[in-house]
Design a protein around this ligand. Structure first.
Ligand code: C5P
Length: 227
């Protein structure tokens, strides 16, 4: 069986990672959550005083980039790889609405993108990988055998993310989550470096009215035609 690369891009909270994890598990592939890497840099920036509601010290953060080591370690109990920052597990810390509020601004910085794209290419260099993000099919793996572009209405997406956060015990409102989803979509689509775009050869999947099982079946079928 060929070890292909599956690139899944799309708007915030389209459920990319949920289905990507299942597909990777089924095929025995590695799953890489590229968004977690941008979230890790953002978390570092928040912890070290480079970004808050009032200021953003881009130069200061860029100067520290080579001290930021992001890695993934598989958690057997969870069934997926968790993200680590300089050896510390930050999987839960990067999923907050606060990190979501800053991450798209951090992801606009070209130096940040360059560092993370290099790391993503290295993680997927042998194929047998499912990677999700915003620029995987357009920048990171332009020759991926299967490219998908996931969409759903902003309200559907916000409702999904809101339920996830509430389940975790976070104190958030649906309106705040919807606003964050819309803001991130705007910044991600309009930034200069690697804006969110559907790759020409990507297959679009609108999952507003699709169950997880339906998405899984559809993607697996597409993957099998390229295997
Ligand atoms: O996928 P997730 O929603 O966790 O991504 C968080 C943010 O990271 C996105 O809103 C986007 O700003 C940024 N990102 C990116 N390129 C990627 C993955 C994520 O710019 N490949």
């Amino acid at each position: 069986m060929k070890n292909i690369t599956i690139a899944i891009d799309g708007f915030s909270s389209t459920g990319k990672s949920t289905v990507a994890k299942q597909i990777a598990k089924h095929l025995g592939y590695v799953y890489v959550d590229s968004g977690a890497m941008y979230r890790a840099v953002t978390y570092y920036a928040m912890q070290n005083g480079f970004i808050d509601d009032k200021h953003f010290n881009v130069e200061g953060l860029v100067a520290k980039l080579n001290t930021i080591n992001i890695s993934f370690k598989f958690n057997n109990a969870m069934g997926f790889a968790e993200v680590y920052l300089n050896g510390v597990n930050i999987e839960n810390d990067v999923r907050t609405l606060e990190v979501s509020g800053f991450v798209s601004k951090v992801a606009e910085i070209s130096e940040v993108r360059q560092k993370l794209v290099e790391k993503q290419q290295q993680l997927g260099k042998d194929g047998g990988v499912v990677m999700d993000g915003r620029d995987i099919g357009t920048v990171v793996f332009t020759d991926a055998e299967l490219k998908l572009f996931m969409t759903a209405s902003a309200e559907t997406r916000a409702q999904r993310r809101y339920s996830e956060l509430i389940e975790r015990g976070d104190d958030v409102t649906y309106e705040a989550v919807l606003k964050n989803v819309q803001e991130r979509d705007y910044i991600d689509t309009n930034r200069e470096d690697s804006p969110l775009r559907k790759a020409k050869d990507a297959i679009q999947i609108d999952n507003s009215n699709m169950s997880l099982q339906e998405q899984f079946d559809k993607i697996l079928k597409l993957a099998k035609t390229t295997l």
